[in-house]
Each structure stands twice: as structure tokens, then as C-alpha cells.
Design a protein around this ligand. Structure first.
Ligand SMILES: NC(=O)c1ccc[n+]([C@@H]2O[C@H](COP(=O)([O-])OP(=O)(O)OC[C@H]3O[C@@H](n4cnc5c(N)ncnc54)[C@H](O)[C@@H]3O)[C@@H](O)[C@H]2O)c1
Length: 337
């Protein structure tokens, strides 16, 4: 990569989430969109016109361009392994939308390939980049609330069921709700608690319709090697449906950090009362922060966020949650970090 110019980025798959990445790219100078590709050629052509970038017919055409330094993959989860492998084998840095892959084995293969080639492999665990998530992390890491013992994370909203036509409802394409949306919550829990869970128990319900093959109301309980635990709830239980509800609490030995509403900000409480209040409880510009981090890592200026091992672990935890959903049993994971 030529350091004197912005990172040349291609986007593969220009559906819903790609729009957020394209808006972020327009807002930054260290990376620029050079081309898009989608199996829906008409959609790719329309997006290229809007964005003022090139359009390519096939993935191989994208990877044959010499102005592409990095690829953002925004296609359905089932395609991540094959597209990710082709991108890394071509020597390009990769920002893979979450989840990294459908299976632990596929996630490990992608991680090994990136390491072997010395390429940045970032996974779009976008909640790691929100102002509110970082504030919670910083409070916990500072020791202000003592050792973290419990975390509770709730993400409720109508967006979880986007309509019968949506691929996310097909577990063969999405991997099920634990893998599709659950990874956002379980990754936050592990990041904040500073350890990976060694037990996973999940309960799910198909509330929108019994015909659903995924659990649109899902609770994942995590147990950690230190004895700490977390409850992650992701459902479309919010009203009105178009609203998005987000609640975080981490309880430590010396205090509590919590975020209920944007307007409340992030609050940390100790026995003596409120010890910290950060006014920004909102998400902030998550996709700009994510892409800046990715570009900096591709340039060799900083470590990748999240660490690849954490993204592989997110898949491992999701696989355990899906197993628990189907067997009704607690799943133990040996050798959790
Ligand atoms: N980080 C987040 O908060 C977040 C939010 C939503 C989705 N996602 C992830 O982003 C990815 C895309 O989700 P989406 O909601 O944008 O989906 P989408 O259905 O809106 O868009 C997917 C696009 O990929 C194209 N596509 C499918 N297979 C392809 C292939 N083999 N080659 C090229 N193009 C192909 C489709 O034609 C479509 O345009 C998924 O991995 C999803 O889990 C992440």
C-alpha cells in the first residue's frame, strides 16, 4: 500500500449496512471508496452512480484492480468464508461484517490466513466503537467499580424482524439469532468483563410468529472463569417497534456503571453516591470510528479492534448458544481465555 494516499476500499454487497460504511467513507480522508460489487448488478450500478465510484461485475474483477488496498464485505453471513478467503488470498486487508464466519472452524481459517499473510482482519463488531460502550469499558477498566461481577445488556427493537423475505430469518444463511445479533451483546460482555465465557446457556422464543425458524426473543447467559456472569437479551419486545432500546449495566465489587437512555448519559455509582457522569450516552459516529480504526490498522499504525481472537471467540460463544437453544442444556467451553 502506498502510504502517501488514502486507503483504497472496495465494498462487496451493497445492501442495508453497506450504506453506513459508505457514509462513513465520505466523512474521512484516510480511506476512500474506489469500487462496489454486488450479485445484484442493477443495485451495484445504482450505488456506484450515487457514490461516484466504479462498479465491478465479479469479485475477481474487484481483486484484479490495483487501486484496491482493502475490502469491506457486507454480504449475508453464509458467504463470509468464501468471500473472505478470496480477499485475503489476494493480499487485501479485510473488514468483514459480523459475524466473522458461520462456524468456529471457518472463523479460525480466516484468522490463520490473515496472520500468515500479515494482513489486517477486522470484524464489524460495531458496538465496540460506540461512545457509550467505550465509556462503560473505560469505567470498568479504570477499576472505579472494582472487579466486575455481573453484566446485563439489553438490545430491543423492531429491526430484529425485517420481514418474511429477509435472509436473516433463515438459520442456514444467518446461523440463527445468536450468531446474527447475539454476537453484538456477547462480545460487549466479554470485552467489559475482561475474560471470555466458559459456560453458555440460552433460551429463545419465536414470538412474532411460531413459524419463525429463529428465536426473535433471545436470552443468552454467560458464565466466566472468574465466577462472574452476564445476561444478554436481544428481542423485538420494544414499543413502538421502530424504537431501539439499549440498556447496559455492569455491577462491580465497589460500584455500578449503567446506561439506560441517551439523555441520562453513562453513570457510575459507588456507596457514597454518583462518582462519574459522562454526558454522552449516545452511540456517536460508530461507523466512522470503526473505519478509522480499520484504516489505521491496515497502515500498521495500531492494533486491530476487536482483536481477531475475540471475533473468533464471538463465533464460538454463538455456536454454543445455538447448541444450548436446541438441547436446552448449559454448554461448557473448555480452555476459555
Ligand atoms: N454491524 C452491524 O450493526 C450490522 C448491521 C446489519 C447487518 N450487519 C451484517 O452485514 C452483512 C450484510 O447485512 P445487510 O443487512 O446489509 O444485508 P442485505 O441483505 O441488506 O445486503 C446484502 C447484499 O449482499 C448482496 N450479496 C449477497 N450475496 C452476495 C455475493 N455472494 N456476492 C456479492 N453480493 C452478494 C445482496 O445482493 C445484497 O445487496 C451481514 O453479515 C450482517 O450480519 C451488520
Amino acid at each position: 500500500m502506498n502510504d502517501s494516499r488514502a486507503l483504497g476500499v472496495a465494498i462487496v454487497g451493497v445492501g442495508g449496512i453497506a450504506a453506513s460504511h459508505m457514509a462513513a467513507l465520505r466523512a474521512m480522508s484516510i480511506a476512500r471508496l474506489v469500487c462496489v460489487q454486488d450479485m445484484d448488478r442493477a443495485r451495484a450500478g445504482a450505488v456506484a452512480n450515487e457514490q461516484g465510484c466504479a462498479v465491478e461485475d465479479q469479485l475477481a474483477d474487484v481483486l484484479a484492480r490495483d487501486d484496491v488496498d482493502a475490502v469491506i464485505v457486507c454480504t449475508p453471513n453464509l458467504t463470509h468464508q468464501s468471500i473472505g478467503t478470496a480477499v485475503l488470498e489476494s493480499g487485501r486487508h479485510l473488514l468483514m461484517e459480523k459475524p466473522l464466519a458461520m462456524t468456529v472452524e471457518a472463523a479460525q481459517q480466516l484468522a490463520a490466513l490473515a496472520a500468515e499473510r500479515g494482513l489486517t482482519l477486522a470484524v464489524g463488531h460495531s458496538h465496540r466503537f460506540s461512545a457509550q460502550s467505550r465509556a462503560v469499558h473505560d469505567v470498568v477498566a479504570s477499576g472505579e467499580i472494582g472487579a466486575p461481577r455481573f453484566a446485563r445488556i439489553v438490545m430491543n427493537g423492531g429491526w430484529i424482524w425485517p420481514g418474511w423475505q429477509a435472509w436473516v430469518l433463515d438459520p442456514a444463511v444467518s446461523g440463527g439469532h445468536s450468531l446474527h445479533n447475539g454476537v453484538h451483546l456477547t462480545d460487549l460482555a466479554a470485552w467489559w468483563m475482561g475474560e471470555q465465557p466458559d459456560t453458555v446457556f440460552a433460551r429463545g422464543q419465536a414470538v412474532t410468529s411460531r413459524a419463525l425458524d429463529i428465536a426473535d426473543y433471545l436470552v443468552i447467559e454467560l458464565g466466566f472463569p472468574s465466577g462472574a456472569s452476564a445476561v444478554c437479551e436481544v428481542s423485538r419486545g420494544e414499543r413502538p417497534r421502530k424504537a431501539s432500546y439499549l440498556e447496559f449495566t455492569v455491577v462491580g465489587t465497589e460500584g455500578v456503571v449503567t446506561r439506560n437512555w441517551d439523555a441520562d448519559g453513562i453513570r457510575a455509582w459507588q456507596e457514597e453516591g454518583l462518582s462519574m457522569w459522562a454526558p454522552d450516552g449516545s452511540a456517536g459516529d460508530v461507523f466512522v470510528a470503526e473505519l478509522e480504526s480499520f484504516a489505521a490498522s491496515a497502515r500498521g499504525e495500531s492494533a486491530v479492534v476487536p482483536p481477531v481472537a475475540d471475533a473468533v471467540d464471538a463465533v464460538r460463544v454463538a455456536a454454543a448458544a445455538e447448541e444450548s437453544l436446541h438441547t436446552g442444556r448449559l454448554v461448557r467451553r473448555e480452555g476459555a481465555r
